[in-house]
Design a protein around this ligand. Structure first.
Ligand SMILES: [Zn+2]
Length: 211
C-alpha cells in the first residue's frame, strides 16, 4: 500500500508541474521578447528590392489573412525602476529619465527597438537604421520631442524617415520583410499582417516609390 501512495504522489506532482505556468511553449523557447538568433543565423531580408516589396504587398492585400494563433497567457513580472537610464550610441553619454517624464517610455523600450532592428537584416538595396537622437540630452537641444524614427535607406539615395509609435511597428515590419503573412506576438502567438499593411506602407515610404 505505501508503494501505491508514493506512486500516486509522484503522478500528482507531475500533473501539478504540467499545469504550472509555462509562458513559452513554442519552438523558439525564449522569454517574453523575441528570441535572438545567433550571429551566424542572422537573417537577410527576403524582400530585397522595391519591386519585391510591392509584390508582397499585393499578395497580402489580395490573399486571405491567415488564422491567428493564440499565445500563452502567462507573463513574468518585471521590476520597474523609478528612473530609466538612456545611453546614447553616438556620444556614449547617459540621459536619465524619471518615470514621470514622457521620454521614459521610449527610453525604456529602446532596447527592444534596437533588438528588432538588429534582427531585421539588410539587402544590397535596402537597409534600416534607428534615429534615436531625440532621446540624448547631450546630442539634441530639443527637449520636447522624445520620439524615435525608423530610417529606411534605399540604394538610389532615397532615405525615408517614419516616427515609431509602438514596438510592434518593427516586429510587424520585420515579419513583412521576411515575406511572411503573419507576425509573432509577444506571447508566442501569431497574428495576420494584413490589417497592418497601411502602417507597413508608411514605415517603408511606399507612397514615394514611383516619384
Ligand atoms: Zn548623444
Amino acid at each position: 500500500m505505501p508503494t501505491i501512495i508514493i506512486i500516486a504522489a509522484a503522478v500528482g506532482g507531475l500533473i501539478l508541474f504540467g499545469l504550472s505556468c509555462r509562458p513559452k511553449m513554442s519552438s523558439s523557447g525564449s522569454g517574453k521578447v523575441p528570441s535572438s538568433p545567433s550571429p551566424q543565423t542572422k537573417a537577410t531580408i527576403k524582400l530585397m528590392t522595391r519591386q519585391q516589396i510591392i509584390e508582397h504587398l499585393s499578395q497580402l492585400e489580395n490573399g486571405a489573412a491567415p488564422e491567428p494563433k493564440m499565445g500563452a497567457m502567462c507573463y513574468d513580472m518585471a521590476y520597474v525602476n523609478d528612473t530609466v537610464v538612456y545611453i546614447c550610441p553616438k556620444c556614449g553619454e547617459k540621459t536619465l529619465y524619471p518615470r514621470t517624464n514622457k521620454g521614459s517610455g521610449v527610453a525604456d523600450e529602446i532596447n527592444f527597438y534596437r533588438r528588432e532592428l538588429s534582427l531585421m537584416g539588410n539587402s544590397p538595396e535596402i537597409s534600416f537604421d534607428l534615429d534615436e537622437l531625440a532621446l540624448c540630452s547631450h546630442c539634441t537641444q530639443d527637449t520636447a520631442n522624445k520620439e524615435i524614427s525608423l530610417v529606411v535607406h534605399y540604394k538610389d539615395g532615397f532615405d525615408h524617415h517614419c516616427k515609431l509609435t509602438s514596438t510592434s511597428d518593427l516586429t510587424r515590419l520585420r515579419a513583412f520583410m521576411q515575406a511572411d503573412l503573419s507576425y509573432e506576438t509577444s506571447n508566442d502567438g501569431t497574428e495576420a499582417l494584413k490589417p497592418f499593411l497601411p502602417r507597413i506602407k508608411e514605415l517603408l515610404g511606399t507612397a514615394k516609390f514611383n516619384k
